[in-house]
Design a protein around this ligand. Structure first.
Ligand SMILES: [Zn+2]
Length: 125
């Protein structure tokens, strides 16, 4: 129970920080949120969600020792660099619309855009 409570507390803090940041961005943009997020999923791990309105560069540790660099900029996301052999994921380029995805098969990494016009929560298909 105590572990569960700590996790809930952490989640609330993270959510509050993200919400505050999001509200600031919305206010700064004059109320024009795109409401989109990027979901980074490494096979066998919990997906991590990033807000596309927050520019950032994330290093993702994939399977088999592969390392990927995911860049979020201008409401878009892409796999900018990867140590995988085929680099199909890098060549996929920028993703901006809900449902678009870049897949790195060798490293088991998927980057997907969710939200936008139809903000669907709780769907993990
Ligand atoms: Zn790849």
């Amino acid at each position: 129970m105590k572990k569960a409570l700590f996790r809930v507390t952490d989640a609330v803090v993270v959510a509050a920080v993200l919400l505050a940041a999001f509200v600031c961005l919305v206010l700064a943009r004059g109320g024009a949120p795109n409401g989109k997020q990027a979901v980074v999923h490494v096979a066998g791990q919990s997906p991590i969600t990033y807000d596309l309105s927050v520019p950032q560069t994330v290093t993702v540790a994939g399977l088999h020792g592969h390392s990927l660099t995911v860049t979020i900029q201008n409401g878009q996301v892409r796999i900018a660099e990867s140590t995988c052999p085929d680099r199909v994921c890098v060549h996929t380029g920028w993703l901006s619309r809900g449902g678009q995805a870049a897949v790195c098969v060798p490293s088991g990494v998927t980057v997907r855009v969710v939200g936008g016009s139809d903000a669907v929560d709780g769907v993990t298909a």
